[in-house]
Write a protein that binds this ligand. Sequence first.
Ligand code: GRF
Length: 202
Amino acid sequence: MSRTLGVLISGRGSNLQAILDAIDEGLLDAYVGIVVSNKNDAPGLERARKAGATTVVLSHEDYDSREAFDAAVLGRLSEHDVEVVCLAGFMRILSPVLVRAFPNRILNIHPSLLPAFVGLHAQKQALEHGVKVSGCTVHLVDEELDHGPILLQQTVPVLEDDTEETLSARILEQEHKLYTEAIRLVLDGKVRVDGRRAIIET
Ligand code: GRF
């Protein structure tokens, strides 16, 4: 039986689209039960609606604290029996309210090879640092930014004439594949967590 995903977004939603496409193509035996955006103008909402997914907008500005906002998000995820939560460009740091409700069942994708270049503009940080290789990381979410156990990483070369845009595009192409693969591993119960490490059982 298909498993229910909840996807949290704040913007463009290309990773959400990759998840929806993977489901459509039968690459992922899952169902997007709900898409939550904290921005009412997130283009990803339209992608979700086109795919027939339920959407909800919850603005963090309407809540007094991170915990209160997360409790509202948790309420919506629970209503839809979400088993695994995918952060896909969701620009909020989760509080323990959400992290503890889904232990090792919240995934995030980040456009760098963590632990390098956490936070915003990871691709720009990579260029400024002069690294020759960058990439993307899918990790389990804990209470620190871009920090939890790493599930999968994919490298891409950094070219001499790269701009933030060209490097971001090269990484994004890999993000879309990597996220699907990581979600599949979690859904298949192939991931065991041992301290800081996520061990993939093949
Ligand atoms: C991606 O680069 C992702 O790694 C980062 O935010 C961006 C979201 O892009 N966390 P999109 O909204 O999925 O297109």
